[in-house]
Design a protein around this ligand. Structure first.
Ligand SMILES: *[C@@H]1O[C@H](CO)[C@@H](O)[C@H](O)[C@H]1NC(C)=O
Ligand SMILES: *[C@@H]1O[C@H](CO)[C@@H](O)[C@H](O)[C@H]1NC(C)=O
Ligand SMILES: *[C@@H]1O[C@H](CO)[C@@H](O)[C@H](O)[C@H]1NC(C)=O
Ligand SMILES: *[C@@H]1O[C@H](CO)[C@@H](O)[C@H](O)[C@H]1NC(C)=O
Ligand SMILES: *[C@@H]1O[C@H](CO)[C@@H](O)[C@H](O)[C@H]1NC(C)=O
Length: 311
């Protein structure tokens, strides 16, 4: 795997300009082909949606499209303001998908959080606890899922009425909306050995937030997280027929006194539907017809009348 170099430009004490090949600020990289390999049809965004104008957010995508290194440096006060959410967003023709129709939502990721090692950082999956403490790093590692009763709004983060998060890492005591440290009644769910606690809150414009908090930093994760979503509609916290519109994996970055590198590898997000809506079979850019995906084949056994859609 090749990693792209980034340039350091000495404009100020710690100012870095992302290299032309890296995503910077609000840049995104959308899938370049109509029909890439299954599981890699994803959009990568640096997503400095709330820049303080002084720091930066860069994101280098690995050639395998299943890894990235995101580097941030935000130093302004107060320390509890989120500035960026560098992430990869799942590209699936199944979205928007109704809550009650989610069959599975597999999420695989290996990640690390370190002091940025310089302009050409090697992907580093270590969790540098000492460095994160020294720099007062405030960040999380989290899945971000947007939803709405209106499918047209579910995929639009400006207007979607519900936000579901699953945090996998927590640094510097950052807290989700609705956080209540003293609550002993907060719902708790297990995914294998992993334990998550739910906090319900609300944000601007009447948006409801549902955050599953981890009991540990899960740097190596491979689970079907759909039970965390099913819990919400089965307990009537969200309408069963509302739609999830987007699913992303990344890191909300708040503050650090020195540049921090967030590395993610072996990324996979894969959503399937309960009712067996097929994933389209596509023509490859070279014009060759790709074999149906495993899911399409599995589905075609269940639904003999299923029609292949060509994208
Ligand atoms: C890839 O993503 C594009 C844009 O989100 C979507 O239109 C297309 O259906 C996706 N293709 C596959 C095979 O997931
Ligand atoms: C990864 O990070 C750790 C802790 O920051 C550091 O000790 C180690 O040298 C780094 N490894 C590489 C290959 O850069
Ligand atoms: C999201 O909704 C806002 C407000 O209605 C609109 O201005 C914007 O264009 C929408 N974005 C997309 C990607 O549809
Ligand atoms: C994650 O690691 C940081 C740094 O070591 C630590 O402060 C924090 O408590 C950990 N988070 C959880 C949920 O254990
Ligand atoms: C997605 O999940 C389905 C159902 O479990 C599976 O058949 C398919 O191979 C998975 N796709 C990827 C890219 O892992």
């Amino acid at each position: 795997m090749k990693w792209l170099a980034r340039a350091v430009v000495a404009l100020g004490a710690s100012t870095r300009v992302c290299a032309a090949t890296a995503l910077c600020g609000s840049d995104c990289r959308v899938p370049t082909t109509q029909c890439p390999t299954e599981g890699t049809n994803n959009t990568f965004c640096a997503n400095a949606w709330n820049s303080d104008g002084k720091g930066y957010q860069c994101l280098d995508v690995g050639d395998d499209e299943q890894s990235f290194v995101a580097t941030f440096h935000w130093t302004s006060l107060p320390v509890y303001i989120v500035h960026s959410y560098p992430h990869v967003k799942l590209g699936s023709p199944l979205l928007p998908l109704q809550f009650h129709d989610i069959g599975s939502l597999q999420v695989n990721a290996e990640w690390g959080m370190n002091l940025d090692a310089g302009p050409t950082p090697a992907p580093n999956l270590t969790l540098d606890t000492a460095g994160l403490t020294k720099t007062q790093c405030r960040a999380n590692v989290a899945l971000d899922i947007w939803a709405d009763v209106d499918p047209a709004k579910a995929g639009n983060e400006t207007v979607a009425g519900m936000e579901i998060m699953v945090w996998l890492g927590v640094f510097g005591d950052v807290q989700p909306l609705g956080w209540d440290k003293k609550s002993h009644n907060a719902p708790r769910l297990k995914l294998g050995d992993h334990s998550f606690t739910l906090f319900v809150g609300s944000a601007e414009a009447g948006r409801s937030t549902y955050t599953w908090m981890p009991d540990r930093n899960y740097t190596s994760f491979s689970h079907d997280i759909s039970p965390l979503i099913q819990y919400l509609w089965k307990n009537k916290l969200v309408p069963a027929d509302a739609y999830i519109g987007t699913v992303s994996f990344g890191s909300e970055s708040f503050f650090a006194s020195d540049p921090i590198a967030f590395t993610a590898e072996s990324l996979l997000m894969n959503i399937t539907s309960e009712s067996g809506v097929p994933i389209p079979v596509c023509n490859s850019p070279a014009g060759k017809h790709q074999p149906p995906s495993l899911l399409s084949m599995a589905v075609s056994f269940l639904i003999p009348l299923f029609v292949l859609s060509i994208c």
